[in-house]
Design a protein around this ligand. Structure first.
Ligand code: NAP
Length: 536
């Protein structure tokens, strides 16, 4: 890595401009392909942090193909911004089809040897990778906060969660069992072999820059597949650092490749290649649908983890404290930017006012600020487009009769900070109930009966996560079974874990990640009929 790629200079900037912190090697073709937040001068703290990360060797600013750190063929780059400050943290290559084709060739070649290793050999390398991820928890957490904005404590939590998939699948690698089927004929023996799918293209979003990658790469590598990861252009640095640690763990060149840049060109190259046997994608439903259509050309396997519109149903018989705490956690993690965030808090009329009051008080106590500041619970939104989306949803709700109980506007900190917001009297006609707001806005809807709550909860194309709060055991089972969702939290707002299957119904996706079931996504079944067993 050349020092010129990393932010070293401090140049004061005026609001509304992006200041350039890169001097010597900043390419004139360097592009910022996303809506930039407003900029601020770089603090000494950021400078020191970037220098520390640079000397740790984990601030990589090139793509990884065949074990080599490489630039885009045409030298084009993209800026990676700190959403809390607008500072340019680094420049990374803006890659496209030709670099992706190189990565596919390298993954295809590496598949031959990686898939032939014993399960135990693959397991040991994954375990070593896990150990390295954990021993570099702090640097990885800092990278996540730098490029994604979530508070450092939450970012470190993501590192532990993300690494847990590598540990879990290091163990699962040794448990890929086939089957023996009782034969219908005495002279034959019937078997099922499980074999790796082959080369996998893994496309991931910005909201969990590490965990969305490890949840795919862990099982893929454990099964013997090789992978090309395409992280979001907004958060490539964590992906690159994790890949560096994979190399250090002895994962051979070509087994894990990372390309980033022109998303649709990279996606098209992965889709077009007959050598790529599977696409695994986490992101928006709109892009998921495009990939699904594109995968038809080469009949690829597909896993899709798409958007949600999670209902969080609070019944009259719920424990108020448990419901407030659980809804708060389900709504405001990552400033409301997760696919499982409670998007509609549907509250029964008997507890509605008490809940609205207690919930608003809890929301009011959340400190907003730069994720590196002590005590901060809400960081910035990822970019200006995200804030504008939130603003438009709130305006739509107010226009249609909703009431702002708390927040409802940009935070006085400026940039992409938005006030934690609670809105009451939300109805199903409002954008806030129909689509993911993906921001720190909690809409409260009112219902009368259990049947009505179930209808409201299921009245969406999405089907990822749902939450219910009730102290009635029969109701908890009845409602859980009626909910058209892949994940249900009962009296609990944080439910993701590496040991349980994660995935959606309806338009929230296909397939499952995490748990023993996550392995199946990367395995083919081969039926073998062994004839002539008794022939002399
Ligand atoms: P997104 O816009 O769909 O992007 C996701 C990834 O797809 C990024 O790497 C993006 O690249 C890439 N991409 C965009 N267009 C593409 C194309 N035509 N071909 C190939 N790749 C393409 O989603 P996002 O805004 O990053 O993430 C937020 C969404 O993800 C939300 O809807 C959220 O609910 C969902 N999500 C779902 C889960 C789950 O497990 N179900 C988990 C987390 C997030 P660039 O960023 O470089 O453009």
């Amino acid at each position: 890595m050349t020092l010129g790629r990393i932010a070293l200079a401090r140049i004061p900037a005026t609001r509304g401009t992006i200041h350039r912190l890169f001097s010597t090697t900043l390419s004139s073709s360097s592009t910022n392909r996303t809506s930039p937040p407003l900029s601020r001068h770089m603090s000494m703290k950021s400078d020191n942090l970037v220098s520390k990360l640079t000397s740790s060797g984990l601030l990589k600013t090139q793509g990884l193909i065949d074990g080599k750190w490489v630039d885009a063929h045409d030298g084009d780059t993209i800026k990676v911004l700190n959403p809390a400050t607008g500072e340019v943290v680094a420049n990374v290559p803006c890659m496209g089809q030709s670099e992706t084709n190189d990565a596919i060739s390298s993954a295809y070649d590496a598949f031959r040897s990686w898939s032939k290793l014993t399960a135990s050999e693959r397991s040991q390398r994954l375990r070593k990778w896990y150990d390295l991820l954990i021993s570099h928890k702090e640097e990885l957490g800092q990278l996540i906060t730098l490029e994604q904005g979530k508070p450092l404590k939450e970012a470190m939590g993501e590192v532990i969660y993300g690494a847990s998939f590598i540990e879990f699948y290091a163990e699962e690698a040794k448990r890929v069992y086939g089957d023996i089927i009782p034969s219908t004929l005495g002279d034959r023996r019937l078997f099922v072999l499980k074999q790796p799918v082959g080369v996998v293209g893994a496309i991931t979003p910005w909201n969990f820059p590490l965990a969305m990658i490890t949840r795919k790469v862990g099982p893929a590598l454990a099964c013997g597949c090789t992978v090309i990861v395409k992280p979001s252009e907004l958060t490539p640095l964590t992906a690159l650092a994790a890949a560096e640690l994979a190399l250090q763990a002895g994962i051979p060149p070509g087994v894990l490749n990372v390309v980033m840049g022109k998303a649709s060109d990279i996606g098209d190259a992965l889709l077009a290649s007959p050598e790529v046997r599977k696409i695994t994608f986490t992101g928006s439903t709109a892009v998921g649908k495009k990939l699904m259509a594109g995968a038809a050309g080469t009949v690829k396997r597909l896993s899709l983890e798409l958007g949600g519109n999670a209902p969080c149903i609070v019944f009259d018989d719920a424990d108020l404290d448990v419901a407030v705490k659980g809804s708060l956690a389900a709504k405001f993690r990552n400033s409301g930017q997760t696919c499982v965030c409670a998007n509609r808090i549907i509250v029964q009329e008997g507890i509605y006012d008490k809940f609205a009051d207690a919930f608003s008080k809890a929301v009011q106590s959340m400190q907003v600020g730069d994720g590196f500041s002590e005590g901060v619970m809400q960081g910035p939104l990822i970019n200006e487009a995200a804030v504008q989306k939130v603003e438009s949803f709130v305006e739509d709700a107010i226009f249609k009769g909703a009431k702002v109980l708390l927040g409802g506007k940009r935070h006085s900190l400026g940039m992409t900070f938005y006030e934690p917001t609670v809105i009451s009297d939300v109805t199903e006609a409002m954008l806030l109930s129909r689509e993911e707001v993906f921001g720190p806005v909690a809409p409260l809807l009112r219902f009368k009966t259990e049947e009505e709550a179930i209808l409201m909860a299921n009245n969406t194309k999405a089907g990822l996560a749902a939450y219910i709060f009730t102290n009635n055991v029969q109701r908890s089972w009845r409602v859980t079974e009626a909910l058209e969702y892949g994940l249900v939290g009962v009296n609990e707002g944080l439910i993701s874990t590496e040991v349980a299957p994660f995935g959606g119904l309806k338009q929230s996706g296909l397939g499952r990640e995490g748990s023993k079931y996550g392995m199946d996504e990367y395995l083919e079944m081969k039926y073998v009929c062994l004839g002539d067993m008794n022939r002399k």
